[in-house]
Design a protein around this ligand. Sequence first.
Ligand SMILES: *Cc1c(COP(=O)(O)O)cnc(C)c1O
Length: 401
Amino acid sequence: MSTKNFIQREALVCAPNYNPLPVVLSKGNGVWLWDIKGHKYLDMMSAYSAMSFGHCHPRLVKAMVQQAEKVTLTSRAFHTDQLAPFLEKACALSGFDMGLPMNTGAEAVETALKIARRWGYEVKGIPFDQAEIIVAANNFHGRTTTIISFSTEALYRKDFGPYTPGFKVIPFADAEALEKAITPHVCAFLVEPIQGEAGIIVPPEGWLRDIRRICTKHNILLILDEVQSGLGRTGKMFAFQHENIRPDMLLLGKGLGGGILPISLVLGRRDVLSLMTPGSHGSTFGGNPLACAIAHEALCLLEEEHLDQHSAELGTYMLERLRRIRSPLIKEVRGKGLWAGVEFSPEAISAREVCEKLLLKGVLSKETHSTVVRFAPPLIITKAELDFGLEALEAVVKEME
Ligand SMILES: *Cc1c(COP(=O)(O)O)cnc(C)c1O
């Protein structure tokens, strides 16, 4: 079967809500992927940062197979021997008391919004049905109807209304705007510590501490969406640790499932998460033993192999080297840890073209919006592997100048 054949067949039967690069992948190992023709590619995008441990990590595959042969799904109508050990590990690693497991990142966000509203009514005493949640412009928190209701990206919203009310948008990384937007009806501020899909936007130093202080002062919950930034991606286990703060709720997803199964988590204090009473929320697959076993092993792996430190060290090297590429095509390089966005000059070149050229050189990445190419390799990448990817980018930039 040819590449063209798979692409054409997919186009006929799959709704066109993505615009993939023209490569048909069939195998992965570590930081490498292979297409159906046997061509090898370096994965510099890691499924939007979800593939932190690389493809088919032997320890994760082993954990999956072992659990798959025992029990995979019972629903939470019953207890399993996997849920408590996994949540104990997640709580120990993050310093929170409790977690609520779901499947996708968007579901973790939805769950946190519900908890925040309930906290607003039952604890803060906001009048019924009037709770408000503040969010940042250019946010990305997923694709459900409620979440796109407070997106500022027209592409994500077009023709999907009517939208869910109760959200207020302020500029990102603007502590003053947060303080101004707070009214007695506000129950929470939901924000990414570094905006991922917006183009890897890193806020100025001090902003996290400022929003923590403001949220505490006005008695509103600080919810950090670390679905993408968490679990070592930015060079710390969690991005909030860069400023030694602690959110009231922390949202994890993506890499949590080791790139094998979707699993997401809302972590928080006991007094907040205890507001979720039986029947108030749930998910058939949420907290299933197969995903819990894999996620537990993923967290152990992250800790034992110090992947956060590795991400910090190699990330510094990656960012330095990206910033050294002096080219009129490049407007800016941003990032933290093994997570970088290279913004290209839109007049000169589209980010999509860069990704297409990188593909020809055996490097996979994906544009975010039309101007930014992201580099978010698996955290297990070695310096030599990273060099291969960076050299490819340097060559592409040189060719296109
Ligand atoms: C990807 C992402 C989500 C949504 O996760 P899904 O698993 O795709 O639903 C939410 N928040 C952030 C910050 C993300 O990057």
